[in-house]
Design a protein around this ligand. Structure first.
Ligand code: DX5
Ligand code: ZN
Length: 218
């Protein structure tokens, strides 16, 4: 079954708790939390204090997507704050192998993200060590951008690699996903769909989540 991870980047941050509850009740499997530092991407969002406040109020697994430089300095803080899955960009650190081991040692599930122009070869020698790979289908930094169609091939090539190596690694896809393009993304090999604007801008988020999962209307 496809998992859906609503991104709170598109939530109303003045009512963040209600916005998390809303997607929790609407059938979210994970809560996708985008962390941006104004260096790795041209936008700034939230850090560990906000995550630890939400942690006390939500039972959803927290899927924390770090879009920051020097992630090694902060992984422990994010895990202590409540990250269950911690995703780091391969472009953001020189020592990605070491960082994956650190995330595991500190008690979270490690995931790695690739920007649209980063080749799958960046996963050589680490694919066996991760819980999940995040394929970015927009250039990271903002919600509400359009899905980059050329990424469908990248997803299916990654799926083939995972199957041929007989690995148990999930493929998460993030950026520009909506109820119209979800099918082809899943057919290409996605296991986890992130959606921000498609869910938070909808009248009925539960209905959108069901459509993303290809379930009939409730
Ligand atoms: C973009 C973020 C995404 C973003 C997706 O840098 O990583 O998680 O919130 O938003 P939509 O679904 O609106 O493209
Ligand atoms: Zn994200």
């Amino acid at each position: 079954m496809i998992k859906v991870a609503p991104s709170i980047l598109s939530a109303d941050f003045s009512r963040l708790y209600d916005e998390v509850k809303k997607v929790e009740e609407a059938g979210a499997d994970l809560l996708h939390i985008d962390v941006m530092d104004g260096h790795f991407v041209p936008n700034i969002t939230i850090g560990p204090p906000v995550i630890s406040c939400l942690r006390k109020k939500s039972s959803l697994p927290f899927d924390v997507h770090l879009m920051i430089t020097n992630p090694e300095r902060y992984v422990e803080d994010f895990i202590k704050a409540g990250a269950d899955i911690l995703t780091v960009h391969v472009e953001s650190t020189i020592h990605i192998h070491r960082l994956i081991q650190t995330i595991k040692e500190k008690g979270a599930l490690p995931a790695v993200a690739l920007n649209p122009s980063t080749p799958l070869s960046a996963l050589d020698y680490i694919l066996e060590d991760v819980y999940m790979v995040l394929i970015m289908t927009v250039n990271p930094g903002f919600g509400g951008q359009s899905f980059i169609k050329g990424m469908l091939n990248k997803i299916s090539e990654l799926k083939s690699k995972i199957v041929s190596k007989n690995l148990d690694v999930l493929i998460q896809v993030d950026g520009g996903i909506n109820e119209k393009n979800a099918r082809e993304i899943v057919e290409a090999g996605a296991d986890v769909l992130v959606a921000g604007s498609a869910i938070y801008n909808a009248q009925d988020p539960a209905c959108v989540i069901r459509q993303l999962k290809n379930l009939p209307p409730a």
